[in-house]
Write a protein that binds this ligand. Sequence first.
Ligand SMILES: NC(=O)c1ccc[n+]([C@@H]2O[C@H](COP(=O)([O-])OP(=O)(O)OC[C@H]3O[C@@H](n4cnc5c(N)ncnc54)[C@H](O)[C@@H]3O)[C@@H](O)[C@H]2O)c1
Length: 373
Amino acid sequence: MKDIHIGIIGGGLMGREMASAFARWCALTDVTARPVLTAVADLNPATLAWFDCIPSCVQKTTEYKELLANPLIDVVYVAVPHNLHEKLYLDVLAAGKDLFAEKPFGIDLDSARRIVAETKASGRFVRCSSEMPFFPGAQRAFEIARKGTIGRVLEVVSGFHHSSDLDPTKAANWKRLNATCGEGGVLNDLGMHACHLPVRLGWKPTRLFAQLQKGYAQRPDGKGGQTACDTWDNALLHTWTTVAGDAVPLRLEMKRLAPGATNTWFIEILGTQGGVRYSTAEPKTLWLFERDKEQWWKRTELGFGTPFKTVTGGIFEPGFPDVIQQMWAAYLMEREGLLDGRFGCATPEEALATHEIFAAALESQRAGTVVTL
Ligand SMILES: NC(=O)c1ccc[n+]([C@@H]2O[C@H](COP(=O)([O-])OP(=O)(O)OC[C@H]3O[C@@H](n4cnc5c(N)ncnc54)[C@H](O)[C@@H]3O)[C@@H](O)[C@H]2O)c1
């Protein structure tokens, strides 16, 4: 097993999620690289203190440049507000480290373009976090779509919903402000999740009409006052894409105000000969459409059929921490040149493609018209 020394910049929600995935790496049985969390940088000393529970994490600093100067570190994972992506990603590359970036990979399209250009110039191994396609049901949907066995594709819906923002007493954070989340708002926040599989399948929108919606204009600021919230909270993108030469409706849905949903990623692909439907709301359940003289929606209880094998029994159901770990296995094994046909993480070019979609959506919303990409 080869140890890969990881530094995390931004030890908040996602920084800690990644650290916990590394901590139970023994669950994986067919990988030859192991992440060793060696350093963490965060502005907040209380956040750094959480990392005391990880013995290998010997460097804890409020200055991320100290982490970048650590010669032991091979790969840096960066999970900070979107307005800091470009600066920190470019600093990681300039320090000669490989990068595991977070979505949306820059605050807007121009920023993503600069990051992609610098990634190419640096020659470093760079991927962008997007874990939901690593669910076994998502993998099955992807394989079915890729093999083209469902006849002429009629319609595709891909989305990500949650609902915590329905609560007006929830305090605002940087994700509710254009200055820190980006003008895209929910597009930046959830868009990669909705776009990843369609983009990977080559199903990029060719024309697009966006309906963007805002939620509460004000929220508690967490300090006893109120603060303005100016981001888009829900986005419905009605698009046309091309599948095997045919124009196909593709709807991309991203919602922070979806009644009843917690962290629900879903995809539905319907064709003339078959179809597939999967949602993390029912993580074990794959629906397959078949047609003969009669028609059927067949329900399969999936087990733990993740791309990378684990000690977890095949009948057990996977969850968010599992797919985070699978995504890291894909990152590290691809970096070693050992992906062997398994599903790889989102590439910088794919992240750029999502920003092209978001920019078109903002233009469509502004002009109230269909935008050609
Ligand atoms: N892949 C996913 O499912 C997923 C889920 C949530 C968030 N994200 C992405 O992860 C990134 C971070 O989101 P989060 O929810 O973890 O945010 P968060 O607010 O929970 O954490 C961000 C952390 O960055 C730290 N920070 C800010 N500026 C810093 C600096 N200059 N140096 C070092 N640390 C700094 C903050 O102190 C905070 O602890 C975003 O890009 C977001 O879109 C991805």
